[in-house]
Design a protein around this ligand. Structure first.
Ligand SMILES: C[S@@+](CC[C@H](N)C(=O)[O-])C[C@H]1O[C@@H](n2cnc3c(N)ncnc32)[C@H](O)[C@@H]1O
Length: 173
């Protein structure tokens, strides 16, 4: 498991932002090509409304989302990502915009953070990808990505405008 790379006092750590973004913006940030998405798609921390899930479904893509604040109906499920069973070699594409990785960073910085559980869940998410499938997320997690086995995973990162963090796409080889 990766070590925590920075220790900060809790008072120095910003709270995690909690807004929902439109589907087109998420697609652009996360380098998603909807004409070339491997199904099924899971959006982790999809937001209460599940904007991206609904957008993908409208385009005929099998997509589902989980969020702790959504109401379970059709393809949205009320669930905590730390308790969710992602399965094994189940998803063609996993997406998380300003969701799981943002909270992972927050917990990695907090003195009392649950970073070990986040690291374990991150590996569970990667195991849940089908061969050739990808996990698209932002912000990226450089302190974890450097430990991934290059024979098993291809890691690509992308700048996002002038932001000081990047988006990441991990593909299971
Ligand atoms: C910044 S919002 C982003 C929502 C969406 N991905 C978007 O880009 O519009 C982060 C989301 O993560 C969800 N979230 C936070 N902690 C969670 C947890 N432990 N399990 C499931 N969802 C969680 C929040 O409810 C919120 O909807």
């Amino acid at each position: 498991m990766p070590k925590r790379f920075i220790q900060k006092k809790d008072s120095e750590i910003r709270p995690v932002a909690c807004s929902e973004y439109n589907a087109n913006l998420q697609i652009e940030i996360l380098n998603i090509d909807i004409t070339n998405l491997i199904e099924p798609v899971l959006d982790i921390g999809c937001g209460k409304k599940g904007n991206l899930v609904k957008f993908l479904q409208k385009h005929g893509i099998r997509a589902t989302g989980i969020d702790r604040f959504t109401i379970s109906k059709s393809n949205l499920t009320n669930a905590d990502w730390l308790e969710f069973d992602f399965g094994t070699e189940k998803w063609g594409t996993v997406i998380s915009n300003l969701g799981f990785s943002n909270h992972f960073i927050h917990h990695n910085l907090r003195e009392d953070g649950d970073y070990a559980n986040y690291a374990k869940k991150y590996m569970d998410i990667l195991k849940s990808l089908k061969s050739g499938g990808s996990f698209h997320y932002a912000p990226n997690l450089p302190f974890v990505e450097i430990y991934l086995d290059k024979k098993q995973y291809m890691v690509r990162t992308y700048d996002i405008g002038d932001f000081d963090y990047q988006a990441c796409v991990i593909t299971k080889l």
